[in-house]
Design a binder for this molecule. Structure first.
Ligand SMILES: N[C@@H](CCC(=O)N[C@@H](CS)C(=O)NCC(=O)O)C(=O)O
Length: 300
C-alpha cells in the first residue's frame, strides 16, 4: 500500500467522519484528560502554547565529543501512542540502528508518577507480561519517565515527555526533542547503521524540507494538539480550520507526486505520516470536526 493510500484511507476519510466543531475537543490518546502539564500550556487567550523541549545535547560521530555515537551506548524511551516518539522509532528502524540503539516503550495509559503527589504521566509496567508492548525499565529501574528526568536532573521541574534519548554511560537525558533526535539518527550513526546511505535530509532538499516541516508542524503535528488543548472556543476553531487547510494542502501535493517534498522520501514524510496514522486510533469518539469535508482518497 502506498503512502498516499494509507493517508487517504486510514486518516483523512476517518477524520471527515469523526470531527465536528460543536464545541467539543480533539482528544488524543497520548495526553489530554489526565494531562496536568500539557493542559497548563495555555496562553491568556486560551490557545495551546507548547513549551520548548529542555534537553538539547547532540550525539556526534566525532569520537571526542561529549556524546559520541557508539554502539550500545544510547537507549530510546518511547510511547507507541506518541507521534513524536514514533518519528524517532521510525528512524531507528529505517536507518537500521536496531543493533546500535536499544529502545523500550512505556505503558499506553498514564498513571500516577509518584505516591507523594498527584502528577499523572508516562509509567513503566511492573513486569514484561503486564502490558503487551510495554517494558519495565530494565536500565534504571524507574517506575515512570518522570524518574528518568529526575535522575538526569534532580531539580528538574518541566514536562516529563517522550521521546527520551538516554545515555546509558553518563546516566542522563541527551535530548528530548524528536526533531533533533531524528537528525542525529540520520547522520551521526552511519558508521554503525545498517542503512547508512539513506539520507532523509539531503542538502539539496533542505530548504524545501524546512519550509514544508513548518506548515505541517503548525497545521498538523502540533495543530491537532492546538485543537485538543485549547481552553476557549475561538483558538480551538482557529486551530481546527488550520488542520483542515494543512490536510487539504497535503492532499493536493500528494495528488501530484508520491512524497510530500517531491519524488524522494524525506524526513517530512515520516513526520507527517506518524501523526496522520494515529488519527483513527488516537482521536476520541466524542470529538467531531465536521466543519467541512476532507477530500476522499484520490491519490492512489
Ligand atoms: N517537542 C517534543 C514533544 C514531545 C511530547 O509532547 N510528547 C508527549 C506525548 S505525545 C508527552 O510525553 N507528554 C507528556 C506531558 O505532557 O506531560 C518532541 O517533539 O519530542
Amino acid at each position: 500500500m502506498s503512502y498516499s493510500t494509507i493517508i487517504s484511507n486510514n486518516s483523512l476519510l476517518s477524520l471527515a467522519t469523526k470531527f465536528s466543531t460543536r464545541g467539543s475537543r480533539l482528544q488524543l490518546q497520548c495526553t489530554l484528560s489526565m494531562a496536568r502539564s500539557a493542559v497548563d500550556e495555555t496562553s491568556d487567550s486560551g490557545a495551546f502554547q507548547r513549551t520548548a523541549s529542555t534537553f538539547r545535547n547532540f550525539v556526534s560521530k566525532d569520537s571526542n565529543s561529549q556524546f559520541p555515537a557508539e554502539s550500545g551506548r544510547y537507549h530510546l524511551y518511547i510511547s507507541y501512542a506518541c507521534p513524536w516518539a514514533s518519528r524517532c522509532l521510525s528512524y531507528l528502524k529505517i536507518k537500521g540502528l536496531d543493533d546500535a540503539i536499544s529502545f523500550s516503550s512505556v505503558k499506553p495509559i498514564w498513571g500516577r508518577t509518584k505516591e507523594t503527589d498527584e502528577h499523572m504521566g508516562w509509567v513503566f509496567p511492573g513486569s514484561d507480561s503486564e502490558v503487551q508492548g510495554a517494558d519495565p525499565d530494565h536500565l534504571n529501574g524507574a517506575k515512570s519517565v518522570r524518574e528518568l528526568y529526575e535522575i538526569a536532573s534532580p531539580n528538574y521541574t518541566g514536562k516529563y515527555t517522550v521521546p527520551v534519548l538516554w545515555d546509558k554511560k553518563l546516566k542522563t537525558v541527551v535530548n528530548n526533542e524528536s526533531a533533533e533526535i531524528i537528525r542525529m539518527f540520520n547522520t551521526e550513526f552511519n558508521h554503525i547503521a545498517g542503512n547508512p546511505d539513506l539520507d532523509l535530509y539531503p542538502s539539496h532538499l533542505q530548504a524545501k524540507i524546512d519550509e514544508t516541516n513548518e506548515w505541517i508542524y503548525n497545521g498538523i503535528n502540533n495543530g491537532v494538539y492546538r485543537c485538543g488543548f485549547a481552553k476557549k472556543q475561538e483558538p480551538y476553531e482557529e486551530a481546527v480550520e488550520q488542520v483542515y487547510e494543512a490536510l487539504d494542502r497535503c492532499e493536493e501535493i500528494l495528488g501530484k507526486h508520491r512524497y510530500i517534498c517531491g519524488n524522494t522520501l524525506t524526513e517530512t514524510d515520516i513526520r507527517l505520516f506518524v501523526t496522520l496514522i494515529r488519527f483513527d486510533e488516537g482521536v476520541s469518539e466524542s470529538v467531531q470536526l465536521h466543519k467541512r469535508h476532507i477530500p476522499g482518497p484520490r491519490n492512489e
